[in-house]
Write a protein that binds this ligand. Structure first.
Ligand SMILES: *Cc1c(COP(=O)(O)O)cnc(C)c1O
Length: 482
């Protein structure tokens, strides 16, 4: 079994084994005809369940053949142009090179003595990102596992900066738009805030936080003796890609001395765009920012970071352990990242972004993101001109929320069901995968466009397929009714 350990005697096996895995994926990429096989839980559960985990195959080729059946055949392929569902991106090859290197070397980015150059590379990328945001000379941050963790850490810092004793946490409030990400509420719970602590601020027709409503909510906090510990602005809401009015929100945060967090998990791709960067104007006034490179920077999961304006605030995540990061190391000025992180052992995800910037450059990423934003605009024109569809807002980024509405027909509940049915039928056909969401209590469908290979013709085709499935559902239900 020692022969399975990576070391100087197994380097050849490593080379062959990993390239056999790469071959499997590459073969799959050239042969899949849709984003999904169309399988379901009932069909796939016994396939995975029948594998006897206590009887190893002992052989890479055999295990890869088996993997083909239990995973690769039925995986959901984000690189396919008709995967239009969630905020998952096709990944860039330079990042995959980074991924292969980082997992083999297996650096852990907690301390210098486990990562050396890795620590410095991560710091360069934090500085690079903070520079693109414009956070100023005292900025810092750390890579995280994702936007959820970045939001949690930012709100932890905000809670500590509010300087209340734990028994007063019930007074703390987080103000955020009703379209913000659910991880804000989850964080509030983890941070020991009270159930009503997250105050949803109404949005305008474009799904952006209404600043007048935010001002009113801040005033209300003051009147009630509550403490607004943070305003969470979203730069790219998950459903609509809407960007809250950052400069106005920053001004209100200044006035009320409230921490401003910008959740740019989705919109961060604009930091690399040469033509759309101004959509993020105002982000430079944030106290903290969440970026998900694994969304709009085309990086493999996971790759995310939390950035802060004032590096001193990161001390709220610092604990010293004699075995790992003793205070002595701080005095010796040995750099480490664990003092800034909620994690201890931590992946060197930064290497993927590093390889991406060194091979493609930021402009290369920005161009890919620009392309999907343009595609979304074309999709909006298609939908707005199509009498079969109702589309909610003109996209700023790359999502489209819409629903099929048959001419003349049907109770609202039937339209809801027809759209739900169409989504399922489409996935079961394997021809496309789209998402669903609710708007004002009604069922809608969603395209999240992150694949520059997707064309307007793809969108047109998928809209026809959705209309076909919806009509079939409504036809069938009319038959049942008569
Ligand atoms: C995706 C998303 C998150 C959560 O990020 P994960 O990387 O999935 O944890 C947070 N906020 C917004 C706006 C998002 O779109």
């Amino acid at each position: 079994m020692r022969s399975h350990l990576l070391n100087r005697t197994t380097a050849e096996d490593y080379r062959h084994s990993v390239s056999a895995g790469v071959d499997q994926v590459a073969d799959r990429l050239t042969s899949v005809t849709g984003p999904f096989s169309g399988t379901d839980v009932e069909a796939l559960t016994p396939v995975v369940g029948s594998v006897d985990l206590d009887r190893p195959l002992g052989d890479t080729a055999a295990a890869l053949d088996e993997l083909s059946e239990v995973y690769l055949r039925d995986a959901v392929y984000f690189h396919h142009p008709r995967y239009l569902a969630h905020l998952n991106c096709p990944v860039v090859i330079p990042a995959l090179v980074g991924e292969a290197v980082l997992s083999a070397v297996n650096s852990s980015l907690d301390t210098w003595d486990q990562s050396a150059g890795g620590t410095l590379i991560e710091r360069r990328l934090i500085d690079w990102t903070a520079g693109r945001i414009g956070l100023g000379p005292a900025a810092d941050g750390v890579f995280t596992s994702g936007g959820t963790q970045s939001n949690l850490q930012a709100l932890l810092l905000a809670r500590e900066e509010a300087k209340l004793r734990p028994e007063e946490f019930g007074r703390l409030r987080i103000l955020t738009s009703e379209c913000s990400h659910f991880s804000v509420s989850k964080s509030a719970k983890l941070l020991g805030l009270s159930p009503g602590s997250v105050v949803p601020v109404p949005v305008d027709r474009e799904k952006r936080m209404r600043t007048a409503a935010l001002a009113a909510a801040l005033e209300q906090c003051e009147a009630e003796g509550a403490v607004p510990m943070a305003v969470v602005a979203t730069a790219g809401t998950t459903d609509f890609g809407s960007i809250d009015p950052l400069p106005e929100i920053a001004a209100l945060c200044d006035r009320y001395a409230t921490w401003m967090h910008v959740d740019a998990a989705y919109g961060c791709g604009l930091l690399a765009s040469r033509t759309r960067r101004e959509l993020l104007d105002g982000i430079e006034r944030a106290d903290s920012v969440t970026v998900d490179y694994h969304k709009s920077f085309f990086q493999p999961v996971s790759s995310s970071a939390v950035l802060v304006r004032d590096r001193a605030t990161l001390r709220h995540a610092t604990y010293h352990a004699e075995y790992l990061n003793p205070e002595r190391a701080v005095e010796e000025r040995i750099p480490n990242q664990v003092d800034k992180s909620l994690q201890t052992t931590r992946r060197f995800d930064a290497l993927k972004l590093w390889m991406t910037l060194r091979i493609m450059g930021a402009d290369g990423i920005g161009e890919l993101f620009d392309e999907v934003c343009e595609l979304a605009s074309e999709g909006w024109r298609l939908l707005a001109a199509d009498p079969r569809y109702d589309v909610v807002v003109e996209p700023r980024l790359s999502t489209l929320v819409f629903r099929y509405v048959p001419a003349g027909v049907a109770a609202a509940a039937d339209i809801d069901r027809a759209n739900l049915y169409a989504r399922k039928a489409l996935a079961a056909s394997g021809e496309a995968v789209v998402a669903g969401t609710k708007v004002d209590g009604r069922q809608y469908l969603k395209f999240t466009l992150l694949n520059p290979e997707t064309t307007t013709a793809d969108l047109r085709t998928v809209l026809d397929l959705i209309a076909g499935h919806s009509e079939q559902y409504l036809g069938d239900s009319l038959d049942r009714a008569s």
